[in-house]
Write a protein that binds this ligand. Structure first.
Ligand code: HEM
Length: 208
């Protein structure tokens, strides 16, 4: 028996990588950027609320409007550049096509039924179920809307065509708010699920 064959028999095979390094790095940079963007965004919202409520000061970031704007614009670069890397690599490596598509309405209905009965299996971490696909595609779309509506509000004169695409400056604020709400809703469910399925949490940290 060769030394390689003996080695292969004694060393257990390494589990396959589920999440490549680029995905894990962009995922965790995104998580930090999103927390900063949301905390500072809530403080900016409080300075001129769209609705009849304000976010409690204890869960906002920046202390006051100007401080929150500094945090918001600093984290925006992180969020946008990191998001671009994730989307470009997701398309270029074929990951989006392999992991997030195809998505059929019938599978979403079937997996929702299973989830409501607590019977949605989580044994194969390499394949997302239809609900995960729907949520991940949804949060990527919400991320695009939040960035574009933010740009429309930031430079409404230079990017007048973008502001016009949202129906003007004021409607862009509503798009921005509801896209934020979708991201917050996603994140709450997502983090709960990560702790319900700890091996998925390990995989998004260690890769396998
Ligand atoms: C802060 C705490 C977070 C935790 C603990 C967490 C945990 C996880 C875990 C465990 C997975 C792998 C799921 C699986 O294999 O079944 C994952 C994937 C993912 N997470 Fe998070 N996440 C967090 C924040 C976020 C945020 C803030 C976003 C976006 C707003 C996000 C977006 C995603 C996306 C899109 C994927 C799928 C990536 C892909 O396969 O292309 N996560 N996350």
């Amino acid at each position: 028996m060769t030394a390689e064959a003996a080695h292969a028999m004694t060393v257990p095979p390494q589990p396959a990588t589920i999440h490549p390094l680029w995905l894990r790095v962009t995922h965790w940079i995104n998580a930090v950027a999103v927390i900063i963007m949301i905390g500072s965004g809530w403080e900016i919202y409080n300075a001129s609320p769209l609705f009849a409520f304000a976010f409690p000061k204890s869960i906002t970031l920046g202390g006051w409007l100007a401080g929150a704007l500094l945090w918001h614009f600093a984290a925006m670069w992180l969020f946008v550049l990191n998001g671009l890397v994730y989307v470009v690599l997701g398309i270029a490596t074929g990951r989006f096509r392999r992991k997030l598509l195809p998505l059929h309405a019938s599978e979403v209905v079937a997996d929702t039924r299973l989830a409501l009965r607590g019977k949605l299996p989580h044994d194969d971490l390499a394949a997302y179920n239809a609900l995960q696909k729907l949520f991940y595609i949804g949060v990527i779309v919400a991320g695009v809307v939040v960035v574009l509506s933010g740009l429309a509000m930031w430079k409404p004169v230079q990017l007048w065509w973008l502001a016009a695409a949202f129906g003007g400056y004021e409607p862009a604020r509503f798009f921005h708010f509801f896209a934020m709400a979708a991201i917050v809703g996603f994140t709450v469910i997502h983090v709960v699920m990560a702790f319900v399925v700890p091996k998925a949490l390990r995989a998004i940290i260690l890769g396998r």
